[in-house]
Design a protein around this ligand. Sequence first.
Ligand SMILES: [Cu+2]
Length: 170
Amino acid sequence: MKSFAIAAALLLGLSVAGQAAAADIEVANPFMRAAPMAGGTGAAFMTINNHGAADRLLAAEAGISKSVELHTHVKDGDIYRMRKVESLVVPEHGTAEMKPGGDHIMFIGLNAPMKEGATVQLTLKFEKAGAVVVQVPVLAPGAMAPGAMVPGGGAPGAAMPGGMMHHGHK
Ligand SMILES: [Cu+2]
């Protein structure tokens, strides 16, 4: 019994002493949008809260598509286009927001249609925190926010004067 207690204390000590343990990363309000077609694309959004040192999201993995990319939106004239990025910064004791019209996780070449009501297991790979597994609920096509909650209380489409984003690759 005593050795168990010591082992537990050691484990706790290690995770507290680590530079950026997975416990420092907290994912809130993940969601993705239903997508009708196999072979098409899907997108996931979430808020990543970092309670530790600065970190970077390097990749994401899920068994639902041929590939998974980290994307951002860049303004090109009046149109916002998606662009692949190598990593997303999660500031020290800060937040990285992935939302429609901004940064997001892109699933390319879906193995099957994504049905509303399903849940997707997504593994986020952080430079320091390592792997963080997130259960992502699939909401209606075109969903802008998880549930009825609008993060920040602003109008979800307000940041996109160029019109609604089409979440497909052209
Ligand atoms: Cu995208």
